[in-house]
Design a protein around this ligand. Sequence first.
Ligand SMILES: NC(=O)c1ccc[n+]([C@@H]2O[C@H](COP(=O)([O-])OP(=O)(O)OC[C@H]3O[C@@H](n4cnc5c(N)ncnc54)[C@H](O)[C@@H]3O)[C@@H](O)[C@H]2O)c1
Length: 272
Amino acid sequence: MTLFANKKGLIVGVANDHSIAWAIAEQIMAGGGECGFTHLPDRPDDTRQRNRHRVALLLEGNPAAKFLVPLDVTKDEDIKTVMAKAKDEFGQIDFLLHSVAYAPMEDLKGETINTSREGFKMAMDISAYSLIAVASGAQEIFAERASVLTMTYYGGEKAVPGYNVMGICKAALDASVRYLAYDLGPKGVRVNALSAGPLRTLAGRGAGVDDMLKLYEHMAPLARNITHEEVGKSGAFLLSEMSDGITGEILHIDGGYNAMGSPGRLLDKVQM
Ligand SMILES: NC(=O)c1ccc[n+]([C@@H]2O[C@H](COP(=O)([O-])OP(=O)(O)OC[C@H]3O[C@@H](n4cnc5c(N)ncnc54)[C@H](O)[C@@H]3O)[C@@H](O)[C@H]2O)c1
């Protein structure tokens, strides 16, 4: 497959082999693309550099993985350093994947009404503003028809109990996609989001994915959950020229769950 022949770009958000960003990067590299990766910086007292190590192991021996650098999306100087590295290595980038989210566990687990001011600010900064920050940082190095993709969830469109403050972040992220699409459109740069159904990942576990997996199996038209590989393929589609002409879009990859207006087959399981 040569969908990404001569294409180069940045992958932000791989924590381990379960990360959605990794599923998308695998498809891109299988299609001939070259990727630069970032990892969450390790704490200075972590002498084993566990965050870096986990991602480095995945990239080992893969000639399509061109570099691995630390990035905390709340730090403007980190973003600058990453973009400078991408410019050095690639000149310009054809794709930018943003697959990052975080909220303090006590705010994520508590009811939305009890969200702390500090927790809200941190969640918004990392999970929503960071898309604007990295897209802005990459402005100079975007190739003419570059594509930007972020990962979102249905909890930003409708109230999904348990998703709480992260739902508010996703609503802001979805709106950012539309406004960034407008700003970058004249330069030929597209900005989209992929709205994935539940998947077992680090972040997914924090957001209560296990209960959601059962719900989706019963309610989604496809009567099953989606796979990492499927998200990888849709992500690669939106980051490739195959999706030229699509921008400002939230594409759902959720087995059709979002199309339902009633619990559907789940009603068969419930005694009224
Ligand atoms: N897993 C799901 O069910 C699901 C569904 C829909 C959307 N998403 C979204 O997909 C994206 C990726 O999540 P995932 O499920 O692959 O989990 P993940 O834990 O593998 O990925 C989250 C990434 O965010 C990074 N991150 C957190 N804080 C950061 C910071 N300050 N600076 C830089 N990076 C930081 C982590 O290091 C990690 O790589 C998130 O936006 C998540 O909300 C996940």
